[in-house]
Design a protein around this ligand. Sequence first.
Ligand code: ADP
Ligand code: GLC
Length: 489
Amino acid sequence: MKKILFVTSEAYPLIKTGGLADVSGSLPIALDALGQDVRIAMPAYADLLSSLGDLPSKRINQAGGAVEIFETKLPGTSIPVWLVSHEGAFDRSGNPYLAGDGKSWPDNAERFALLCRVSVEIAMNRMGFGWKPEIVHCNDWQTGLIPALLEDEVDRPATVYTIHNLAYQGLFPRELFRKLGLPQRFWSPNSLEFYDQLCFVKGGLVYADRINTVSPNYAVEIQGKEFGCGMEGLLRERKERLSGIINGIDEEAWNPAADPLIPNPFGLGGMAGKEMNKATLQQRFNLAVDKEIAVIAMVGRTVQQKGIDLVIEALPKLMDLPLQLAILGSGEKKYEQTLKHWNSLYPDRIALKLGYDEPLAHLIEAGSDLFLMPSRFEPCGLNQMYSQRYGTVPIVRCVGGLADTVEDASPSNLEQGRASGVVFHEASAEALLQAIMRALDLYKLKPQWRKVQRTGMKKDFSWKQSAKKYLDLYGLAVQDRQGKGNRTA
Ligand code: ADP
Ligand code: GLC
């Protein structure tokens, strides 16, 4: 059994803005099921804290103010969660990262540096919890300073750093480096400096014992210029320490046969519920209720990464095809506004809900025929896996985790019973349109269509294999640390 401190900036169902929360709320459960002692540290965001009522807590003085750590459990489990609270850092309502105007909170460097420092205190067993992890598992830039700060500690745990999205790097002006009081030796291109800026991600990439990403394909892609976001050289240098582990999904939360968020359960044993869900979805969105027409869905952040601009560019031609579109998302205002405009032009063909709506995301997965993910890059992606589980055939671009989890409906894959979606290559509106037309052709050929649906529904997207791979990775990180001769007092 290993003791693992899992540090994250969000975890479902406590707080979620995207896939990181899904992973942080399900991987620890899978590790727990493998008999590991895993505990989570994350910020005590104001809205979260007030929703949890009275919790026991401990106080320490840190970073010039009082830090209070509240203790709770990941809901429905016995996994301990430490919520790090600090006056001025996390005690504000709203999005964890963004202010009301959609821009990053101006003090994000200070806020997440604090999370990192307090996590180091927990990791070094200086918080009075009587527990010291062998592994600290860090996730994304918000936790990037942890491996760097642990460098100066004696008899310290090993570190694993998971890249969920390399495009978000935690870059801040040089003044912040001074303001945060980080050791001067960290100001170097071989350390936390990135072209005269402080870069949180580099704390993980330079100092973690092991680095991984959330799909094998993205682990290769980020070693090249196109997807490396300027970190490709460093990642190539550390490639012996870099690997890719595909995300699993929470098979209880995303189970079409027992999903409390959908009106009609269904599964491989009977698909009638899916047809009824389609009608519910069409009604809910004021689309014409028609079981023959293909409903194509999209759920996600309306940002360039997700290829929303490609969808918008393809819309005029898409409206000549027999399909309905159901879109749920939020993100960049310019895309939101364009989508609103198209929704007003074709209210019975294009349904749109702007904002974040977890129950609606489940209904969309359950009631749609096809699911669009034309991402420019996609470290893993979760919705293509949810879609396959719900018999909703994904149309994906051949990048990152999408390439690792969807098998194209090519003639040979169809023949061998492997096809589970439609995969296209070029990041262009035309290539997307061709893929959608191919999917609509498949949709018409009912026996083949059913086979593709069933193939997706039968696939194993559970955490079982991937959680074991994380355990192996933790073992390697501990070995690496021992090999480096962990300093002892
Ligand atoms: P990313 O983390 O890059 O946004 P993922 O595919 O890994 O993409 O995960 C996104 C997660 O967030 C999925 O669980 C998806 O259903 C959910 N999600 C994204 N946008 C919304 C939204 N507007 N409403 C409800 N759920 C959403
Ligand atoms: C990031 C990525 C997404 C991935 C998620 C969870 O948000 O954009 O592809 O699925 O993290 O690892």
